[in-house]
Write a protein that binds this ligand. Sequence first.
Ligand SMILES: [Zn+2]
Length: 99
Amino acid sequence: MPLIPSDIRALRDQGRLQISWGGETREISFVELRGQCECAHCVNEWTGERILDPASIPADITIEKMEQVGSYAIRIHWSDGHNAGLTTWERLREITDPN
Ligand SMILES: [Zn+2]
């Protein structure tokens, strides 16, 4: 599988992010993806403990904007105002399921 996704789409009507690597397409729901954020607001940097309560994520959370960061990650601007986390391609592969 190529290291850099060939395509990333926010399927807002389905509430899912779809990522393609060459011929392989994977998906993850917005709620799940938001819950996987590893920034310092969501995970304790020292203990690795998750601070973000998954129950606090709005079920209708959506992606307002995505921007690529260098050649290795995206920054997602969520409808709950959160945008602190970077999601690397590697991390996206770990947390998504084959479609
Ligand atoms: Zn976060």
